[in-house]
Design a protein around this ligand. Structure first.
Ligand SMILES: Cc1cc2nc3c(=O)[nH]c(=O)nc-3n(C[C@H](O)[C@H](O)[C@H](O)COP(=O)(O)OP(=O)(O)OC[C@H]3O[C@@H](n4cnc5c(N)ncnc54)[C@H](O)[C@@H]3O)c2cc1C
Length: 420
């Protein structure tokens, strides 16, 4: 199999890299062991929520934090990419999602504040259409949960939200209500199950009947992200029109419907652009010549081995959590090319969820995202590293996971396309 760009991994960074390279009219192939992290995550694009990390004060605007990063952390992926690429990546994503028909709202340099699955108010940069209302615009909020759904508690969300109003300088009043889907559930159902049910009119009729006396035009209705899968727009607008109020979806525990919609829409887009996808693909060999990758052998679904030969390669395998790195007792190993994973590996802080140096471990790269060895030399001129594989950032403490995946996926896709 021959192509211009071979992408390894179908997380957000791999999908964006493939879309970008395909938009340059390049022949693109993706091989991947499994689905990426989007199916478990919100699909919201967190760009930079907290910086400096130790302050734990959510950022309202992020441009000045990026300037501070530039002076303090030259190896951070955002500093390597630079402000111009950050802007271009967000512009590309906004246009792409509009074209796809699942639009996103927000800006990289200004955070929005949304409730999490338990009602804590957290910063994020871009959200899908279904989460676009701004909490500050409403004086009355009603959080609705579906009794048969196992993993969303509207009263907990409402209580936390009410307590945190000062984060937004708002004085909204929050109430909560259970409604019933009216189904005969023999097992506990999750958000994905509910989202599928919402596509049926009779389920929506039952919900409207339980809510129409509770809401008015000035109420914001907050629901778990369950408003349909493919037919999300029809589901959302039918509720908004019949209840005559604004509705906001908030992320749930996995499986994540908003993450699923983003991943599936991106997949549909790249397939339309003739990108070939090889799922459940295990890499069995690489052909390396000094300074460059010549070919990759990998198994297809039927177990047959295929030889993939590309001009340029993108490694978007998601670091430790994505399965791209193997964690040993003394070191972390990158699995495909055996590129050195650099950084401190131990747990240093007593609180596991506080700043931990190992979170920064990853592959060090040049300004063109090419991997470097421990002496700083370029390892392969035609390989570009993207997403969670990169050294120098902590996606959880900074709240920057999908932002880094988007920016570096876009840059890797453009570099690989232009160089091929
Ligand atoms: C539970 C959870 C919730 C999160 N929530 C958010 C959030 O709300 N907002 C946010 O901004 N960030 C969030 N993050 C972080 C964010 O999801 C990640 O930082 C980002 O998605 C990483 O994308 P990626 O493309 O680098 O990797 P991944 O999404 O992990 O994708 C890696 C891909 O590589 C494939 N792969 C791995 N190894 C190989 C191999 N050897 N051969 C072939 N294929 C391989 C995998 O199968 C997968 O397809 C969350 C993370 C987790 C774990």
């Amino acid at each position: 199999m021959q192509c211009d760009v071979l992408v390894i991994g179908t997380g957000l960074s791999g999908l964006i890299a493939a879309a970008t390279a395909a938009d340059y009219n390049k022949k693109v192939i993706i091989i991947s062991e499994g689905r990426g992290n989007l199916y478990a995550a919100s699909g919201f694009i967190d760009f930079l929520g907290y910086y400096p990390r130790e302050t734990r004060v959510p950022l309202k605007e992020t441009r000045s934090a990026i300037q501070e990063l530039i002076t303090r952390e030259p190896e951070h992926p955002y500093v390597i990419a630079g402000e111009d690429i950050i802007q271009k990546a967000f512009y590309y994503f906004t246009r792409l999602m509009k074209k796809i028909g699942y639009p996103y709202f927000g800006k990289w340099d200004q955070n929005r504040f949304l409730p999490t699955a338990i009602g804590a108010i957290a910063p994020t940069a871009m959200v899908p259409y279904t989460a676009r209302p701004d909490l500050k615009d409403y004086s009355k909020i009603l959080v609705v949960g579906f009794r048969e759904q196992g993993d969303f508690y509207p009263h907990l969300v409402a209580e936390n939200l009410q307590e945190q109003r000062q984060v937004l300088n708002s004085d909204f009043q929050v109430k909560a209500k259970w409604v019933e889907l009216g189904i005969n559930a023999t097992k506990e159902i999750n958000s994905f199950d509910v989202a599928l049910m919402m596509e049926k009119r009779e389920i929506r009729d039952r919900i409207v009947a339980q809510l129409e006396k509770e809401v008015r035009g000035d109420t914001l209705l907050i629901v778990p992200a369950v408003l349909g899968i493919e037919r999300w727009h029809e589901v959302l607008t039918s509720f908004e029109e019949r209840l005559n109020c604004a509705i906001m979806e908030i992320p749930t525990l996995p499986p994540s419907v908003t993450g699923f919609r983003l991943a599936e829409n991106l997949l549909a887009y790249i397939q339309k652009k003739n990108v070939e996808l090889y799922w459940n693909s295990k890499i069995t060999g690489i052909d390396i010549r000094p300074g460059e990758c010549r070919a990759i052998a990998a198994t297809a679904v039927n177990g047959r081995e295929i030889n993939f030969r590309a001009l340029n390669y993108i490694l978007a395998t998601g670091g430790v959590l994505g399965g791209g790195f193997k964690v040993g007792l003394e070191e972390i190993e990158e699995r495909v090319f055996k590129i050195p994973v650099q950084g401190e590996l131990g747990v240093h802080n007593e609180d596991f969820f506080e700043n931990q140096p190992f979170a920064f471990a990853g592959i060090k790269v040049t300004s063109n995202l090419q991997p470097k060895d421990k002496q700083g030399r370029v390892l392969y001129r035609n390989l570009f590293i993207a997403g969670r594989n990169l050294y120098g950032y902590d996606p959880f403490i900074e709240k920057s996971g999908n932002g880094v995946a988007l920016v570096t996926g876009f840059l890797a896709g453009a570099l690989a396309a232009r160089g091929s």
